[in-house]
Design a protein around this ligand. Structure first.
Ligand SMILES: [Zn+2]
Ligand SMILES: [Zn+2]
Length: 351
């Protein structure tokens, strides 16, 4: 079967074509359906902001590296013991690309995200088919389309951000970065009763989307002084909760300065592996008592993400669809940042 893969390590935006990373379709063996497994005929797999980092070799440089972890599709086959969720052949589903074993120290200590046995089911989802463990698969509500359904995984990431932000109703909230995670998180904090809700984002179209989702203020870091604007908006207090969803080294250094005394600052993105940031511990940790944290995957978040899907505005996320055969073009479109999300259609005729 056909799978999208990185076949050459390198930046996908390297101006020198001989150094640029490459994404293309490869032939890949179909996985066997084990007794507790679900075989999914993939409908859509959306491109993740982390995929270009994979192309740069952040998780290893042995190519080919199969791509795709934001998947929706239809159940094609079930193992004889895959009966715990009542799934049936033909059901419309979405999935978590990680299988948590449930048995290791971390799984049993309420920290699935550190599970030491996720490798067995590490399989690329930007493919005609993918076989995952039943525990990874979720039946979509009838009023969620397969195009929207592939957003379950990024939605779960935004739910995880909510869990770690731990804010109260009425908290002043700022989000840095209007990509998919930032925009999903913005919709969620709005539900949560955020006030002075502010999106910090250099791309005008993305600021407009944030305003349409309920942001009260937007800051353009390319033309405005972020700290000055943040203090003007919050009457000098700063934001109780600041989420970075940009992953941009140039954007994150200022965020302790716009976080209120006693506030929470969450670095919720994938950063370049060699990036370090100076932090004045006296000012921000001792004197201002900031809680600074981060996260990388979404344990215990998928059931709630599934319930949120039909309650979110996902229209701007599903505007661009490219067929699997033209996957290289899909990544070019993704790199242009013209669309909030690019969906790769892996099989035709599934809605
Ligand atoms: Zn992702
Ligand atoms: Zn485990």
């Amino acid at each position: 079967m056909k799978v999208a893969a990185i076949t050459k390590i390198g930046s996908l935006k390297d101006p020198d074509p001989s150094k640029r990373g490459r994404v293309e379709l490869i032939d890949y063996p179909e996985q066997e359906v084990g007794p507790e497994d679900v075989k999914i005929r993939v409908a859509y797999c959306s491109i993740c902001g982390s995929d270009p980092h994979v192309a740069e070799g952040i998780f290893g440089t042995d190519v080919p590296i199969g791509l795709g972890h934001e998947v929706s599709g239809v159940v094609e086959a079930l193992g004889e013991k895959a009966t715990k969720k009542g799934l049936k052949v033909g059901d419309r589903v979405a999935a978590n690309f990680l299988r948590f074993c449930g048995t290791c120290y971390y799984c049993q200590n309420g920290q699935q995200q550190f599970c030491e046995h996720t490798d067995e089911y590490h399989r690329p989802g930007m493919a005609e088919y993918v076989v995952w463990h039943e525990s990874q698969v979720y039946k979509l509500p009838d009023n969620v389309s397969l195009k929207e359904g592939c957003l379950l995984e990024p939605t779960a990431i935004a739910v995880r951000a909510m869990d770690k932000m731990g804010h109260k109703v009425g908290s002043r909230v700022a989000i840095c970065g209007g990509g998919p995670i930032g925009q999903l998180a913005l919709q969620m904090v709005k539900m949560y009763g955020a006030t002075y809700l502010t999106m910090i984002e250099p791309v005008a179209e993305r600021r407009e989307i944030a305003l349409s989702f309920g942001a009260e203020y937007v800051i353009d870091p390319a033309t405005q002084d972020v700290v000055e604007e943040a203090m003007r908006i919050t009457g000098g207090l700063g934001f109780d909760v600041v989420l970075d969803a940009s992953g941009a080294p140039a954007a994150v250094g200022n965020l302790p300065r716009i976080t209120a005394k006693g506030g929470t600052l969450l670095y919720g993105a994938m950063y370049p592996g060699d990036f370090t940031m100076p932090l004045n511990l006296f000012k921000y940790c001792y004197f201002n008592e900031l809680t600074i944290s981060g996260f990388y995957v979404a344990p215990y978040a998928f059931p709630r993400a599934l319930q949120l899907l039909p309650r979110l505005n996902l229209k701007p996320f599903t505007a661009k669809v490219v067929p699997l055969e033209r996957v290289a073009e899909a990544y070019d479109v993704h790199m242009s940042s013209k669309y909030l999300k690019v969906l790769v259609q892996c099989n035709e005729g599934l809605e």
